[in-house]
Design a protein around this ligand. Structure first.
Ligand SMILES: Nc1ncnc2c1ncn2[C@@H]1O[C@H](COP(=O)(O)OP(=O)(O)OP(=O)(O)O)[C@@H](O)[C@H]1O
Ligand SMILES: O=C(O)c1ccc[n+]([C@@H]2O[C@H](COP(=O)([O-])O)[C@@H](O)[C@H]2O)c1
Length: 200
């Protein structure tokens, strides 16, 4: 199978995450999308992140009913920072027949060289870069300088209608008692409300 991997902190999951997953599934002909909530996101150390259990429960609600969307919570059970290279190694070992496509937004493509072992990541998976408002996607020459010519065969670009929302924005809105309606599925909105998340 062709599997899209969408890792994130998902604090909380929002509609841009869901649209990017669906557009990648369609445009890259993927059989499934595996959402992988980060246990301890490497670039968010020291930040106040909602518990993995609650972020996973919000994801559960968000993807309910989509037959090709699944959650793999292996990073929630691992100690230490959730390095993507380790996740891909584990997935590859567990599913040697499958082909993996790492889906990342333009901001993450731009920062990929700061991740742990980006070259090894590119050995283990192809990359699908998705546009994000106000972030320009690096061009191939720039990426080749960083990762060598192999990137050529390993990268795909997917475009979707730009949605200028982020989890940070949603958290801020909830904190200020402003609306997040239509920015995240209603079930997630209700979950956030019932669990009194992001009020502090
Ligand atoms: N609006 C968006 N458009 C395109 N890609 C996005 C968008 N929001 C998030 N992504 C991508 O989704 C993946 C997971 O993102 P993450 O869970 O960190 O969400 P976020 O909205 O960026 O969160 P935060 O604001 O807390 O940093 C990353 O690859 C990120 O680039
Ligand atoms: O492996 C790394 O070094 C690495 C560095 C930064 C981010 N990531 C992954 O990228 C995804 C999005 O991270 P974030 O911090 O933008 O929510 C999430 O799955 C992280 O585990 C991974």
């Amino acid at each position: 199978m062709r599997i899209g991997i969408l890792g994130g902190t998902f604090d909380p999951v929002h509609n841009a995450h869901l649209l990017m997953a669906e557009q990648c599934r369609e445009q890259c002909e993927l059989d499934q999308i595996w959402f992988i909530p980060a246990g301890n996101p490497p670039h968010k150390e020291g930040k106040n992140v909602t518990s993995g259990k609650q972020r996973r429960e919000m994801l559960d609600f968000a993807i309910a009913g989509h037959p090709a969307f699944l959650i793999k919570d292996l990073e929630l059970h691992r100690e230490g920072p959730s390095y993507t290279v380790v996740t891909l190694q584990e997935l590859q070992a567990l599913h040697p027949q499958d082909e993996f496509f790492l889906i990342i937004g333009a901001d993450s493509v731009r920062d990929l060289h700061t991740w742990r072992e980006p070259e090894a990541i590119l050995e283990l998976a192809s990359l699908i870069g998705v546009n994000r408002p106000n972030i320009s996607l690096p061009d191939l020459t720039e990426l080749k300088q960083k990762f060598g010519a192999a990137i050529d065969r390993k990268i795909f670009w997917v475009t979707m209608p730009g949605i200028e929302i982020s989890s940070t924005d949603l958290r801020q809105r909830i904190h200020e008692n402003r609306s997040v309606r239509y920015m995240t599925p209603r079930s997630v909105e209700v979950y956030i409300h019932n669990n009194r998340l992001y009020l502090e």
